[in-house]
Design a protein around this ligand. Structure first.
Ligand code: MN
Length: 407
Protein backbone atom coordinates (compact mmCIF):
# COMPACT_ATOMS: atom_id res chain seq x y z
CA UNK A 1 0.00 0.00 0.00
CA UNK A 2 1.24 3.44 -0.91
CA UNK A 3 2.89 2.47 -4.18
CA UNK A 4 2.02 3.42 -7.74
CA UNK A 5 0.54 6.80 -6.85
CA UNK A 6 1.63 8.11 -10.25
CA UNK A 7 -1.05 5.86 -11.80
CA UNK A 8 -3.78 7.47 -9.71
CA UNK A 9 -5.16 10.91 -9.00
CA UNK A 10 -6.40 12.73 -5.94
CA UNK A 11 -9.99 11.88 -5.06
CA UNK A 12 -11.46 15.34 -4.34
CA UNK A 13 -13.95 13.84 -1.89
CA UNK A 14 -11.38 12.12 0.32
CA UNK A 15 -8.15 13.90 -0.50
CA UNK A 16 -6.54 10.50 -0.97
CA UNK A 17 -4.78 9.10 -4.02
CA UNK A 18 -7.16 6.79 -5.87
CA UNK A 19 -4.52 4.06 -6.06
CA UNK A 20 -4.34 3.94 -2.26
CA UNK A 21 -8.12 3.63 -2.28
CA UNK A 22 -7.88 0.79 -4.80
CA UNK A 23 -5.44 -1.10 -2.57
CA UNK A 24 -7.62 -0.51 0.49
CA UNK A 25 -10.63 -1.83 -1.40
CA UNK A 26 -8.77 -5.00 -2.43
CA UNK A 27 -7.41 -5.53 1.07
CA UNK A 28 -10.86 -5.00 2.59
CA UNK A 29 -12.25 -7.70 0.29
CA UNK A 30 -9.58 -10.12 1.56
CA UNK A 31 -10.40 -9.25 5.16
CA UNK A 32 -14.18 -9.53 4.46
CA UNK A 33 -13.58 -13.07 3.28
CA UNK A 34 -11.40 -13.88 6.31
CA UNK A 35 -14.21 -12.67 8.58
CA UNK A 36 -16.82 -14.67 6.67
CA UNK A 37 -18.49 -11.37 5.67
CA UNK A 38 -17.91 -11.42 1.92
CA UNK A 39 -21.13 -10.63 0.02
CA UNK A 40 -19.71 -12.64 -2.90
CA UNK A 41 -19.33 -15.74 -0.69
CA UNK A 42 -22.38 -15.68 1.59
CA UNK A 43 -21.83 -19.20 2.95
CA UNK A 44 -18.19 -18.77 3.81
CA UNK A 45 -17.12 -19.29 7.45
CA UNK A 46 -14.57 -17.07 9.19
CA UNK A 47 -11.02 -18.37 8.83
CA UNK A 48 -8.95 -19.65 11.75
CA UNK A 49 -5.73 -17.86 10.82
CA UNK A 50 -4.51 -15.12 8.47
CA UNK A 51 -1.01 -15.18 7.00
CA UNK A 52 0.44 -12.04 5.47
CA UNK A 53 3.57 -12.75 3.43
CA UNK A 54 5.31 -9.40 3.79
CA UNK A 55 5.97 -6.14 1.92
CA UNK A 56 3.14 -4.09 3.35
CA UNK A 57 4.48 -0.77 2.03
CA UNK A 58 7.08 0.39 -0.50
CA UNK A 59 9.47 1.16 2.35
CA UNK A 60 9.79 0.87 6.12
CA UNK A 61 8.62 4.41 6.83
CA UNK A 62 5.20 4.84 5.19
CA UNK A 63 3.35 8.12 5.73
CA UNK A 64 0.89 7.92 8.65
CA UNK A 65 -2.22 7.98 6.43
CA UNK A 66 -0.93 4.91 4.53
CA UNK A 67 0.07 3.10 7.73
CA UNK A 68 -3.38 3.98 9.08
CA UNK A 69 -5.24 2.60 6.04
CA UNK A 70 -3.41 -0.73 6.45
CA UNK A 71 -3.98 -0.86 10.21
CA UNK A 72 -7.71 -0.10 9.83
CA UNK A 73 -8.17 -3.25 7.79
CA UNK A 74 -6.01 -5.57 9.90
CA UNK A 75 -7.56 -4.41 13.18
CA UNK A 76 -10.82 -5.96 11.95
CA UNK A 77 -9.06 -9.33 12.38
CA UNK A 78 -7.93 -8.44 15.90
CA UNK A 79 -11.50 -7.35 16.76
CA UNK A 80 -12.76 -10.73 15.56
CA UNK A 81 -10.05 -12.63 17.51
CA UNK A 82 -8.57 -14.11 14.35
CA UNK A 83 -4.87 -14.86 14.84
CA UNK A 84 -2.71 -13.11 12.26
CA UNK A 85 0.94 -13.38 11.32
CA UNK A 86 2.57 -10.37 9.66
CA UNK A 87 5.78 -11.55 8.04
CA UNK A 88 8.55 -9.03 7.44
CA UNK A 89 9.56 -8.57 3.81
CA UNK A 90 12.44 -6.66 2.30
CA UNK A 91 10.37 -3.51 1.84
CA UNK A 92 9.44 -3.58 5.53
CA UNK A 93 13.08 -3.52 6.61
CA UNK A 94 14.92 -0.37 7.45
CA UNK A 95 18.44 -0.34 6.05
CA UNK A 96 19.70 1.42 9.17
CA UNK A 97 18.25 -0.86 11.82
CA UNK A 98 17.18 -4.38 12.63
CA UNK A 99 13.68 -5.74 12.41
CA UNK A 100 10.65 -4.77 10.39
CA UNK A 101 10.28 -1.11 11.20
CA UNK A 102 6.87 -0.66 9.61
CA UNK A 103 5.31 -3.79 11.16
CA UNK A 104 6.94 -3.97 14.61
CA UNK A 105 4.44 -1.44 15.91
CA UNK A 106 1.90 -4.29 16.03
CA UNK A 107 4.10 -6.16 18.48
CA UNK A 108 4.91 -3.02 20.46
CA UNK A 109 1.21 -2.33 20.89
CA UNK A 110 0.60 -6.03 21.70
CA UNK A 111 -2.31 -6.28 19.30
CA UNK A 112 -4.17 -9.40 20.52
CA UNK A 113 -3.50 -12.45 18.36
CA UNK A 114 -0.97 -10.66 16.16
CA UNK A 115 2.50 -12.08 15.58
CA UNK A 116 5.21 -10.12 13.76
CA UNK A 117 7.43 -12.59 11.91
CA UNK A 118 10.78 -10.85 11.87
CA UNK A 119 12.79 -13.93 12.83
CA UNK A 120 13.16 -17.53 11.79
CA UNK A 121 10.99 -19.12 14.42
CA UNK A 122 8.17 -21.60 14.95
CA UNK A 123 4.83 -20.37 16.28
CA UNK A 124 2.22 -22.76 17.63
CA UNK A 125 -1.25 -21.32 17.19
CA UNK A 126 -4.43 -22.58 18.77
CA UNK A 127 -7.57 -22.17 16.69
CA UNK A 128 -11.18 -23.30 17.22
CA UNK A 129 -10.48 -26.05 14.68
CA UNK A 130 -7.26 -27.32 16.21
CA UNK A 131 -3.63 -26.34 16.62
CA UNK A 132 -1.28 -25.50 13.78
CA UNK A 133 2.39 -24.52 13.68
CA UNK A 134 3.82 -21.85 11.42
CA UNK A 135 7.52 -21.48 10.75
CA UNK A 136 8.26 -17.85 9.90
CA UNK A 137 11.16 -17.10 7.59
CA UNK A 138 11.41 -13.34 6.98
CA UNK A 139 13.50 -11.76 4.22
CA UNK A 140 17.12 -12.71 4.72
CA UNK A 141 19.85 -10.16 4.59
CA UNK A 142 23.51 -11.01 4.62
CA UNK A 143 23.70 -9.94 8.26
CA UNK A 144 20.99 -12.42 9.31
CA UNK A 145 23.20 -15.48 9.26
CA UNK A 146 26.63 -14.16 8.36
CA UNK A 147 29.13 -11.77 9.87
CA UNK A 148 30.78 -9.00 7.89
CA UNK A 149 34.11 -10.76 8.28
CA UNK A 150 32.82 -13.98 6.73
CA UNK A 151 31.55 -12.21 3.63
CA UNK A 152 34.56 -9.94 3.14
CA UNK A 153 35.83 -10.12 -0.42
CA UNK A 154 33.13 -12.55 -1.56
CA UNK A 155 31.02 -11.96 -4.65
CA UNK A 156 27.27 -11.70 -4.32
CA UNK A 157 26.91 -15.23 -5.73
CA UNK A 158 29.39 -16.61 -3.18
CA UNK A 159 27.57 -14.83 -0.34
CA UNK A 160 24.30 -16.29 -1.63
CA UNK A 161 25.83 -19.79 -1.57
CA UNK A 162 27.20 -19.34 1.94
CA UNK A 163 23.84 -18.03 3.13
CA UNK A 164 22.04 -21.07 1.75
CA UNK A 165 24.55 -23.37 3.45
CA UNK A 166 23.83 -21.60 6.74
CA UNK A 167 20.08 -21.55 6.26
CA UNK A 168 19.80 -25.28 5.56
CA UNK A 169 20.66 -26.50 9.11
CA UNK A 170 18.62 -23.72 10.72
CA UNK A 171 15.50 -24.77 8.81
CA UNK A 172 16.37 -28.39 9.60
CA UNK A 173 16.40 -27.45 13.29
CA UNK A 174 12.94 -25.88 13.08
CA UNK A 175 11.64 -28.95 11.24
CA UNK A 176 12.98 -31.28 13.96
CA UNK A 177 11.50 -29.16 16.73
CA UNK A 178 8.05 -29.28 15.20
CA UNK A 179 5.19 -31.33 16.60
CA UNK A 180 4.59 -34.02 13.95
CA UNK A 181 1.01 -34.50 15.14
CA UNK A 182 -0.28 -31.14 13.93
CA UNK A 183 -0.09 -29.42 10.52
CA UNK A 184 3.00 -27.38 9.64
CA UNK A 185 3.07 -24.30 7.42
CA UNK A 186 6.21 -22.53 6.26
CA UNK A 187 5.58 -18.79 5.82
CA UNK A 188 8.53 -17.25 4.00
CA UNK A 189 9.44 -14.03 2.22
CA UNK A 190 11.96 -14.91 -0.44
CA UNK A 191 12.87 -15.16 -4.10
CA UNK A 192 12.79 -18.80 -5.13
CA UNK A 193 14.87 -20.00 -8.08
CA UNK A 194 11.85 -21.27 -10.00
CA UNK A 195 9.76 -18.13 -9.65
CA UNK A 196 8.60 -16.10 -12.62
CA UNK A 197 8.77 -12.54 -11.53
CA UNK A 198 7.83 -9.08 -12.67
CA UNK A 199 8.15 -5.71 -11.00
CA UNK A 200 9.90 -6.93 -7.86
CA UNK A 201 12.97 -7.74 -9.95
CA UNK A 202 13.34 -4.01 -10.52
CA UNK A 203 12.20 -3.08 -7.03
CA UNK A 204 14.90 -5.11 -5.35
CA UNK A 205 17.61 -5.27 -7.97
CA UNK A 206 20.99 -6.41 -6.74
CA UNK A 207 19.82 -6.78 -3.16
CA UNK A 208 18.34 -10.20 -3.13
CA UNK A 209 19.28 -13.75 -2.48
CA UNK A 210 17.73 -16.65 -4.33
CA UNK A 211 16.62 -19.74 -2.45
CA UNK A 212 16.48 -23.13 -4.19
CA UNK A 213 12.92 -24.46 -4.40
CA UNK A 214 14.22 -27.86 -3.19
CA UNK A 215 14.65 -26.30 0.26
CA UNK A 216 10.94 -25.51 0.32
CA UNK A 217 9.56 -28.73 -1.13
CA UNK A 218 9.73 -30.91 1.97
CA UNK A 219 7.34 -33.64 3.11
CA UNK A 220 7.36 -32.14 6.63
CA UNK A 221 5.56 -29.04 5.35
CA UNK A 222 1.85 -29.33 4.71
CA UNK A 223 1.76 -25.95 2.96
CA UNK A 224 4.34 -23.35 1.98
CA UNK A 225 3.05 -19.76 1.90
CA UNK A 226 5.37 -17.34 0.12
CA UNK A 227 5.62 -13.58 -0.18
CA UNK A 228 7.78 -11.30 -2.36
CA UNK A 229 6.88 -12.18 -5.97
CA UNK A 230 3.84 -10.26 -7.23
CA UNK A 231 2.74 -12.88 -9.74
CA UNK A 232 0.54 -15.67 -8.38
CA UNK A 233 2.09 -19.13 -8.92
CA UNK A 234 2.61 -22.60 -7.48
CA UNK A 235 6.30 -23.55 -7.51
CA UNK A 236 5.68 -27.24 -6.93
CA UNK A 237 4.28 -29.06 -9.98
CA UNK A 238 3.40 -32.11 -7.84
CA UNK A 239 1.52 -29.80 -5.43
CA UNK A 240 2.80 -31.90 -2.54
CA UNK A 241 3.17 -29.66 -0.64
CA UNK A 242 1.75 -26.64 -2.47
CA UNK A 243 4.42 -23.90 -2.61
CA UNK A 244 2.36 -20.82 -3.33
CA UNK A 245 2.97 -17.20 -4.08
CA UNK A 246 -0.54 -15.67 -3.87
CA UNK A 247 0.93 -12.56 -5.54
CA UNK A 248 0.04 -8.96 -4.83
CA UNK A 249 -3.58 -7.89 -4.27
CA UNK A 250 -3.36 -5.06 -6.83
CA UNK A 251 -1.29 -4.24 -9.89
CA UNK A 252 1.71 -2.19 -8.86
CA UNK A 253 2.77 -1.14 -12.36
CA UNK A 254 2.50 -2.00 -16.07
CA UNK A 255 4.72 -5.08 -15.72
CA UNK A 256 1.71 -6.67 -13.97
CA UNK A 257 -0.76 -5.64 -16.68
CA UNK A 258 -1.64 -9.22 -17.65
CA UNK A 259 -1.53 -10.83 -14.19
CA UNK A 260 -4.61 -11.93 -12.28
CA UNK A 261 -4.70 -10.62 -8.73
CA UNK A 262 -6.20 -12.23 -5.67
CA UNK A 263 -5.62 -14.07 -2.42
CA UNK A 264 -5.38 -17.72 -1.47
CA UNK A 265 -7.77 -19.58 0.80
CA UNK A 266 -6.30 -22.77 2.28
CA UNK A 267 -7.84 -25.67 4.13
CA UNK A 268 -5.11 -27.51 6.03
CA UNK A 269 -5.33 -30.85 7.72
CA UNK A 270 -2.41 -33.03 8.70
CA UNK A 271 -1.04 -34.32 5.36
CA UNK A 272 -4.08 -33.04 3.50
CA UNK A 273 -4.40 -29.63 2.04
CA UNK A 274 -6.78 -27.88 -0.34
CA UNK A 275 -6.03 -24.42 -1.65
CA UNK A 276 -7.88 -22.07 -3.91
CA UNK A 277 -6.81 -18.87 -5.67
CA UNK A 278 -9.61 -16.35 -5.19
CA UNK A 279 -9.43 -13.61 -7.82
CA UNK A 280 -10.14 -9.99 -6.93
CA UNK A 281 -11.69 -7.49 -9.34
CA UNK A 282 -8.85 -5.00 -9.57
CA UNK A 283 -8.24 -1.99 -11.77
CA UNK A 284 -7.11 -2.77 -15.31
CA UNK A 285 -3.87 -1.54 -16.80
CA UNK A 286 -3.80 -1.15 -20.60
CA UNK A 287 -0.89 -0.49 -22.93
CA UNK A 288 -1.85 0.84 -26.36
CA UNK A 289 1.19 0.70 -28.59
CA UNK A 290 1.17 1.64 -32.26
CA UNK A 291 3.72 2.44 -34.96
CA UNK A 292 2.23 5.11 -37.24
CA UNK A 293 5.44 5.98 -39.09
CA UNK A 294 4.11 4.38 -42.29
CA UNK A 295 0.62 5.87 -41.98
CA UNK A 296 -0.69 8.65 -44.22
CA UNK A 297 -2.97 9.88 -41.45
CA UNK A 298 -1.13 9.12 -38.20
CA UNK A 299 -3.64 10.98 -36.02
CA UNK A 300 -6.51 8.89 -37.34
CA UNK A 301 -4.49 5.69 -36.90
CA UNK A 302 -3.80 6.51 -33.25
CA UNK A 303 -7.46 7.35 -32.56
CA UNK A 304 -8.50 4.08 -34.21
CA UNK A 305 -6.04 2.17 -32.00
CA UNK A 306 -7.49 3.82 -28.88
CA UNK A 307 -11.04 3.01 -29.97
CA UNK A 308 -10.18 -0.69 -30.18
CA UNK A 309 -9.49 -0.87 -26.43
CA UNK A 310 -11.85 -0.83 -23.49
CA UNK A 311 -10.19 1.93 -21.48
CA UNK A 312 -13.04 2.87 -19.15
CA UNK A 313 -11.66 3.18 -15.61
CA UNK A 314 -8.31 1.70 -16.61
CA UNK A 315 -4.78 3.00 -16.11
CA UNK A 316 -3.73 3.58 -19.71
CA UNK A 317 -0.46 4.31 -21.43
CA UNK A 318 -0.42 5.25 -25.08
CA UNK A 319 2.88 4.79 -26.89
CA UNK A 320 3.10 5.76 -30.55
CA UNK A 321 6.07 5.73 -32.88
CA UNK A 322 6.29 8.33 -35.60
CA UNK A 323 8.80 10.18 -37.76
CA UNK A 324 9.76 13.76 -37.05
CA UNK A 325 8.02 14.75 -40.32
CA UNK A 326 4.71 13.57 -38.85
CA UNK A 327 4.91 15.61 -35.67
CA UNK A 328 2.79 18.47 -37.02
CA UNK A 329 -0.05 16.16 -37.97
CA UNK A 330 -0.58 15.04 -34.36
CA UNK A 331 -3.12 16.91 -32.27
CA UNK A 332 -2.20 15.95 -28.71
CA UNK A 333 -5.27 17.60 -27.20
CA UNK A 334 -7.61 15.35 -29.13
CA UNK A 335 -5.58 12.30 -28.03
CA UNK A 336 -6.07 13.32 -24.40
CA UNK A 337 -9.74 13.85 -25.17
CA UNK A 338 -9.99 10.34 -26.66
CA UNK A 339 -8.40 8.92 -23.48
CA UNK A 340 -10.52 10.81 -20.98
CA UNK A 341 -12.60 7.74 -20.07
CA UNK A 342 -9.46 6.15 -18.65
CA UNK A 343 -8.86 6.40 -14.90
CA UNK A 344 -5.50 7.95 -15.66
CA UNK A 345 -3.36 8.03 -18.77
CA UNK A 346 0.01 8.93 -20.17
CA UNK A 347 0.91 9.65 -23.78
CA UNK A 348 4.41 8.93 -25.01
CA UNK A 349 5.46 9.72 -28.58
CA UNK A 350 8.66 8.03 -29.73
CA UNK A 351 10.52 9.44 -32.72
CA UNK A 352 11.63 6.75 -35.14
CA UNK A 353 14.46 8.89 -36.50
CA UNK A 354 15.76 9.38 -32.99
CA UNK A 355 15.66 5.65 -32.33
CA UNK A 356 17.78 5.12 -35.43
CA UNK A 357 20.40 7.70 -34.43
CA UNK A 358 23.73 6.34 -35.71
CA UNK A 359 25.94 4.90 -33.03
CA UNK A 360 29.05 6.85 -32.16
CA UNK A 361 32.07 5.05 -33.59
CA UNK A 362 34.17 6.10 -30.56
CA UNK A 363 31.88 4.03 -28.33
CA UNK A 364 32.61 1.01 -30.50
CA UNK A 365 31.68 -2.54 -29.71
CA UNK A 366 33.02 -4.71 -26.94
CA UNK A 367 35.23 -1.92 -25.63
CA UNK A 368 35.76 -1.47 -21.93
CA UNK A 369 34.99 2.21 -21.78
CA UNK A 370 34.89 3.81 -18.37
CA UNK A 371 31.36 5.16 -17.67
CA UNK A 372 32.55 8.75 -17.33
CA UNK A 373 34.48 8.50 -20.61
CA UNK A 374 31.41 7.06 -22.29
CA UNK A 375 29.23 9.86 -20.97
CA UNK A 376 31.76 12.51 -22.10
CA UNK A 377 31.90 11.01 -25.60
CA UNK A 378 28.12 11.05 -25.75
CA UNK A 379 27.90 14.63 -24.51
CA UNK A 380 30.56 15.80 -26.99
CA UNK A 381 28.20 14.67 -29.72
CA UNK A 382 25.18 16.41 -28.25
CA UNK A 383 25.45 20.09 -29.13
CA UNK A 384 22.07 20.66 -27.48
CA UNK A 385 23.33 19.47 -24.08
CA UNK A 386 26.52 21.52 -24.11
CA UNK A 387 25.41 23.97 -21.45
CA UNK A 388 24.67 21.28 -18.88
CA UNK A 389 27.35 18.77 -19.87
CA UNK A 390 29.75 19.75 -17.06
CA UNK A 391 26.94 19.42 -14.51
CA UNK A 392 25.99 16.04 -15.92
CA UNK A 393 29.54 14.72 -15.63
CA UNK A 394 29.70 15.94 -12.06
CA UNK A 395 26.34 14.39 -11.20
CA UNK A 396 27.41 11.09 -12.77
CA UNK A 397 30.63 11.12 -10.77
CA UNK A 398 28.67 11.71 -7.56
CA UNK A 399 26.42 8.77 -8.39
CA UNK A 400 29.39 6.52 -9.09
CA UNK A 401 31.05 7.58 -5.84
CA UNK A 402 27.93 6.98 -3.77
CA UNK A 403 28.12 3.75 -1.86
CA UNK A 404 24.74 2.08 -2.03
CA UNK A 405 23.59 0.64 1.27
CA UNK A 406 23.84 -3.15 1.28
CA UNK A 407 20.86 -4.66 2.98
MN1 MN B 1 9.69 -8.53 -1.17
Amino acid sequence: MGSGFSHGKINPETGLNTRLEDFVKSLSKCIDRALGQSPDHPNSDPVDLVLFGGDAFPDATPPPFVQDAFANQFRRLADANIPTILLVGNHDLHSQSNGGASLCIYRTLAVPGFIVGDQLNTHRITTPNGDIQVITLPWLTRSTLLTRKETEGLSLAEVNQLLIERLQPVIEGEIRRRDPEIPTVLLAHLMADRANFGAERLLAVGKGFTIPSSMLIRPEFDYVALGHVHKHQNLNPSNNPPVIYPGSIERVDFSEEKEDKGYVLVKVEKSKVEWEFCPLLVRHFRTIEIDVSQQDDPQQAILAAIAKHNIKGAVVRLIYKLTSGQLDSIDTNSLHEALKEAHSHTVRPELISQLARPRLPELGLGGSLDPIEALSTYLNNREDLKEISADMIEAAQTLLDTKLPLI
